[in-house]
Write a protein that binds this ligand. Structure first.
Ligand code: 5GP
Ligand code: MN
Length: 323
């Protein structure tokens, strides 16, 4: 069994490295990409060759973060000194980049999911960090690299997205202190909010209205479930990668404790997103179904069943837990 290392050990490995590749998880979100971009920019500033390697088109919401850091090119560079998976710790979260990740002389994980276990050569998993971006802030500070407005902006994106705009129970004094430091160096929260939250495509809004229209409450209205089918995407022009905020809108309904959103990636591959308001541990529920995440936000993928079958199954499982 691998152990958790100190952040100083990871900083030391990065000081020695010349080439570093960063691996955000699939279904890219603000924290995984913001953290990867921040670290990549900082390492480049320190004279290293660094790239963020991705296997999907960046979601609209966070694509502004990529100022030449992200690449889909698997050929570059051969045998990197360090490969770091950011905000995840398993190959399933970066499936098409596994071989490249394994080619790293040293394999590192930086993550804040409580369901993550140390698995690679060096691991820093802090389940109490509100976002991986908090850890990356400390790592860059340990490396003695100055956090400028661009690096700070990327860190801020991780903080604001993973804490639901500083509203969730994972938000701590530390989260606010880091945000305050970023403000000091010129990161403007309102500018980033416009880029992240006030920049929606109309098609996304149309899709959202369909998802909300399809929502079904059950378990004495303490649970709610809805779905996105390929047909809904065709009819609205919406995309699967731009549904952020929708499962949260379902959770926000009065009386609802657990919200569930099913995404039909293909006929027999269904991505499940779960959110909870107070006590229901969706990370534990997701881990039982082969996924993971946080107590209040988690998910998993079901393969080999259609969306209707997954929906009935989930409703049954959740109704049992609430009875
Ligand atoms: P979302 O519902 O937004 O896709 O994910 C919510 C949270 O659960 C994120 O922190 C994400 O990393 C985690 N998560 C979602 N799907 C999976 C999964 O299949 N496996 C694991 N380990 N974590 C997941
Ligand atoms: Mn995160």
């Amino acid at each position: 069994m691998k152990r958790n290392n100190s952040l100083e050990e990871i900083a030391a490995a990065l000081r020695d490295a010349r080439t570093v590749l960063l691996f955000p998880h699939i279904a890219i979100d603000g924290d995984t990409l913001g953290s990867s971009v921040a670290l990549c920019a900082a390492l480049r500033k320190a004279g290293k060759t660094a790239h963020v390697v991705v296997e999907e088109t960046l979601p609209d919401m966070v694509s502004f973060l990529d100022k030449g850091y992200c690449t889909e090119d698997p050929k570059l560079p051969a045998r990197p000194d360090v490969c770091i998976c950011v905000d995840c710790n398993e190959y399933r979260r970066f499936p098409k980049r596994q071989t490249l990740f394994r080619s790293g002389a040293l394999r590192v994980c930086v993550d804040h999911h409580k369901t993550s276990e140390p698995f690679f050569d060096l691991n820093y998993i802090d389940g109490d960090a509100a976002a991986t971006a908090e850890i990356v802030y400390e790592l860059i500070s340990l490396l003695g690299i100055e956090i400028d407005k661009e690096i700070g902006g990327a860190i801020y994106v991780g903080l604001v997205t993973d804490t639901g705009k500083f509203q969730y129970s994972n938000t701590t004094q530390k989260t606010h202190l880091i945000a305050a430091r970023l403000h000091e160096i010129g990161v403007r929260a309102s500018d980033i909010s416009i880029l992240l939250y006030q920049n929606e495509r109309m098609e996304k809004r149309l899709l959202e209205s369909r998802i909300l229209g399809d929502a079904e409450r059950f378990a004495d209205d303490r649970a709610v479930i809805s779905r996105i089918t390929q047909k809904m995407l065709r009819e609205t022009g919406g995309r699967l990668d731009e549904t952020d905020g929708v499962v949260e809108a379902l959770r926000d309904i009065r009386g609802v404790e657990v919200a569930c959103l099913l995404k039909e990636k293909s006929a027999r591959t269904i991505k499940v997103s779960l959110r909870s308001k107070r006590d229901f541990d969706v990370a534990a529920f997701s881990a039982e179904n082969g996924g993971g995440g946080h107590a209040r936000a988690a998910g998993f993928t079901v393969r080999g069943r259609g969306i209707d079958a997954v929906k009935s199954l989930l409703m049954q499982q959740l109704a049992d837990l609430f009875s």
